[in-house]
Design a protein around this ligand. Structure first.
Ligand code: 5RP
Length: 274
């Protein structure tokens, strides 16, 4: 592997072989998502506990301090919205020059396997891999589950993840599911887990994260289950404990409960408002 590619990947996946990415890219198709209206404010207390930030160029420029920043995974697909015809109908949004200008450590792009736009989204992936590999920039493929593909089963996610890796993704982001080892075993590149909509309880989050890590995931790319929680910093710290600190689900949950008692004044005020 070339030095540049290896260096960038090592900024994402830490020396222990694990990673915790913080995604705040949701606005690119759903606008000012709840708790992400002011992304700069949302991430301020969370940044110390993440290894990289997943973000679009607009929010990066507007809301992320370039001085002392965490490594950036730049979202480079889009062009659709929740109001439009089909979320799967994405294109590439960002040039390689812009990716280099922003000093991204990696880029991220969605694929929609099984949708009407399967071919277009897979060709977007192939195209961005072709462009980014020339400059040693890793591509993370995001296996999106469209409206009509609500079933998050191992067979579907394994198929989508494997196809992403075959097309050249260096990292695959997919959803946790039962029998997650079937997804990771069939995917020759590191797999990170997304969370999806907020879970009912924090314990549920700890359980699926721990299970996924036991079954071959290298880490997390978790958004709503962190920053939509009334105690986002406590969530972040507890999950960090599973990813990098050797905690199991019960220990992480205990840590969360412990920390939420010591919430910051600002978090306490926001939690009371909800
Ligand atoms: C949204 C994304 C997110 O990065 C991904 O879904 C992770 O966030 P969450 O844990 O909230 O699902 O790609 O477009």
């Amino acid at each position: 592997m070339d030095w540049g590619m290896e260096n960038r990947l090592s900024q994402l996946i830490q020396a222990d072989g694990r990673c915790f990415f913080l995604p705040i890219d949701h606005g690119y198709f759903q606008g000012p998502t709840s708790c992400l209206e002011k992304p700069g404010e949302t991430i301020k207390p969370l940044l110390p506990y993440c290894d990289a930030l997943f973000v679009t160029r607009g929010v990066l420029r507007a809301a992320v301090n370039p001085v002392g920043s965490k490594p950036i995974i730049l979202r480079v697909s889009g062009g659709t919205s929740v109001l439009g015809g089909d979320l799967a109908n994405e294109s590439l949004t960002t040039s390689v020059e812009e990716i280099l200008r922003l000093n991204a450590a990696a880029v991220g792009i969605s694929i929609f396997v099984g949708s009407d736009y399967e071919r277009e989204s897979l060709m977007n992936l192939a195209e961005i891999v072709n462009r980014c590999e020339d400059f040693g920039i890793p591509v993370m493929a995001v296996t999106a589950v469209g409206k009509e593909l609500e079933k998050r089963d191992a067979r579907y996610l394994a198929l989508a993840s494997r196809i992403a890796a075959e097309l050249g993704a260096r990292v695959v982001k997919t959803y946790w599911c039962k029998d997650f080892d079937k997804v990771t075993c069939g995917c020759p590149v590191p797999v990170v887990m997304a969370g999806g909509p907020k879970c009912e309880t924090e314990k549920e989050v700890m359980d699926f994260v721990y299970d996924g890590m036991q079954n071959g995931a290298v880490g997390l790319n978790l958004g709503r289950n962190v920053w939509q929680n009334p105690y986002p910093t406590a969530m972040m710290q507890a999950l960090h404990g599973i990813i990098h600190g050797g905690l199991d689900a019960a220990e992480a949950w205990e840590l969360f409960n412990d920390l939420k008692g010591k919430k910051t004044k600002k978090e306490g005020k926001a939690a009371r408002k909800r």
